[in-house]
Ligand binder design. Structure first.
Ligand code: SF4
Length: 229
């Protein structure tokens, strides 16, 4: 039987074997563009976001150009993503604050990023890790679910899971492990139907909460079907 640290190390090695090149699927060329793309990605797929940002960044590449838009103009420019009115308002406020308070440069610290409109821990962590190569372990819905099932964390909030992952995983692997857990969550350890039978991590995985996760999802699904009726 493997000791817990050995099991965690084996999980991380296996994730590396499975997803050696894992990285963000969002397209960007500057920290500001990544920040915008991550704000747009709430309740939208990376594919939808990339379609929208292709035109958006061509017309308005930086904070100065976006700060000159009205929230309505921004909402119209991003209308193909969900929640475009709320996101349009945040993005214009975000661009104006970056121009006025940070000279047009995205700040590279947790404290300052978290003060920006529409920016929570996950968004700040993604920007710090992917745009500035600073150690951060952003916890999105996939990271939260997969890390708990794999027994890497047991917390019931993203913040608690983030703290546990930061203890369990060496700092130099935080960013890439975040992406590897997302890949695994999308391809294999899916929310409603995890493919445990064919999962390459099955021999190392305690499958914590898998049946209750599925029951919970199914209950939510039945409730929303009933609401639609
Ligand atoms: S064995 Fe099942 S629960 Fe564990 S990581 Fe694989 S798919 Fe997820």
């Amino acid at each position: 039987m493997l000791r817990e640290e050995e099991r965690v190390k084996a999980v991380l090695d296996r994730l590396e074997e499975l997803y050696p090149e894992a990285k963000t699927a969002l397209n960007f060329s500057t920290p500001f563009q990544l920040l915008v793309a991550v704000v747009l990605s709430a309740r939208s797929t990376d594919k939808q976001v990339n379609e929208v940002t292709r035109d958006l960044f061509a017309k308005y590449p930086g904070p100065a150009e976006m700060a000159a838009l009205s929230p309505e103009e921004m909402a119209a420019a991003i209308k193909k993503v969900g929640l475009n009115k709320a996101k349009g308002k945040y993005l214009v406020e975000l661009a104006r604050k970056i121009v006025e308070e940070y000279g047009g440069e995205v700040p590279a610290s947790w404290e300052e990023l978290l003060r920006l409109p529409g920016v929570g821990r996950k968004t700040a962590g993604v920007v710090l890790s992917n745009a500035f190569q600073l150690p951060a372990f952003p916890v999105d819905t996939h990271v939260f679910r997969v890390s708990r099932r794999l027994g890497l964390a047991s917390g019931t909030t993203p913040e608690a899971v983030e703290k546990e992952l930061e203890k369990a995983v060496p700092p130099e692997l935080w960013g890439v492990t975040h992406h590897r857990l997302i890949y695994h969550g999308r391809q294999v350890c899916r929310a409603r139907k995890p493919l445990c039978e064919s999962c390459r991590l099955a021999d190392l995985c305690p499958r914590k909460g898998v049946s209750s996760d599925i029951k919970e999802k199914n209950r939510g699904h039945t409730k929303s079907k009933n609401r639609r009726r």
